[in-house]
Ligand binder design. Sequence first.
Ligand SMILES: Nc1nc2c(c(CN[C@H]3C=C[C@H](O)[C@@H]3O)cn2[C@@H]2O[C@H](COP(=O)(O)O)[C@@H](O)[C@H]2O)c(=O)[nH]1
Length: 306
Amino acid sequence: MEEVRASSAWVASRSSHVVVDSSGIEKVVETIRGSIPKIEWDFEGIHYFDNGPLTVQYLFVLDALNFCFWPDKDLSYDHLASGLKAAVQNDTSVFDADRLQKCTGPQLRELLKWPRPLPLEDERIRLLHEVGFELERSFGGKAANIVESCGKSAANLVALIARHFPGFRDHSIYKGHQVFLYKRAQIFAADLWGAFKGQGYGEFSDIGSVTIFADYIVPAVLRQLGVLKYSSTLASIIEANSEIGSGSEEEVELRACSVYAVEKMRELIKIKSGKQVLSVELDLWLWSFGIQSPSLQHHRTLSIYY
Ligand SMILES: Nc1nc2c(c(CN[C@H]3C=C[C@H](O)[C@@H]3O)cn2[C@@H]2O[C@H](COP(=O)(O)O)[C@@H](O)[C@H]2O)c(=O)[nH]1
C-alpha cells in the first residue's frame, strides 16, 4: 500500500481544486483527544458471517460490486450487503465460481430483490464474470485460497488481487503520473480483518499499512470537518449534483487528498497522544458518520472503483 500512500501524497502536494487544511486536521485531532469512537464492523447487522471460507467468498463478491450506488437515489450499500447475505443464506452455492461466470443482470437483480436495473449493471455483471473466471482459473474457485496464499499480509493480498482481477485495479493518471487508490481491494482486506476480528482469514500482520478507502462519502465528511477545502468551482459542481468525470483532476484530487489527509491525521494523533490508530478504524468512523448524515452532499462520478 506504499504506492497508495506515496501517490496520494504526490497529488496532495500539487492539487488545486482540493486543499488539505492542516489546521482542520489539528482541530479534529484535538476534539477526539487520541481516542476515536470505536465503530464495530457490521454495526448495521447487514453482512453474512459464518466464520468460514463461505464468508470470504461472500465478502469478495460483495467488494467486487461495492461501487456507485448513488445514481439510484433509493439504492445504497446496505441493499447490496444484505441482498447478497439473503442470497447465500438461501443457497450456499450461489457464489460458486461457475455460477458467477453465468450470472445475468436480471438474475443479479433477483438476488438483490431490486425491482429495476442496477446502476452500471452491465459493468457489475462483467466484473462478476471476471471474478468467477479468474477464481476458477487460478484459485480453485475459492476466494479463501487467495487469502491463504498472501502470507497474512494485507499488502500482499491487495497486490495479488490487483494482479489477477483487472476490475480491482483502481488507479488514475494525474498530471502524467500513475496514482493508485485500490479502494475495493483494500476494503476487502479490511472487511476480512473486521469480520474475522483479526483472526483466521482476517489475520494480517500489516493491517496498519491499509489506507482509507477513497469513496464518495469520506471526502464529504472530511470537508464537513474542515479538513478538506474545495475551490469555489468544485464546490458549486458538487452543490449542483453535477457529474465529475472519472479520472478528471478534480476527481483524483478528491480521492487522493482524502487518503493523504487521513494519513496526516493518523500521524498527528500519534504525536499528540502516542496512540497508534489504524486508517481502517478512522475510515469506519468517518464513513459511518457520513452515511448517518443524509444531508451531506457528495461528489458524483460514474466509476466501477468506488
Ligand atoms: N470508505 C468507505 N467506503 C465504504 C465503506 C462501505 C461499507 N463497509 C462496511 C464495512 C464495515 C461496515 O459495517 C460497513 O458496512 C461502503 N463504502 C462505500 O460507500 C459508498 C456507499 O454509500 P451509499 O450510496 O450511501 O450506500 C460507496 O462508494 C461504497 O463503496 C466503508 O467502510 N468505508
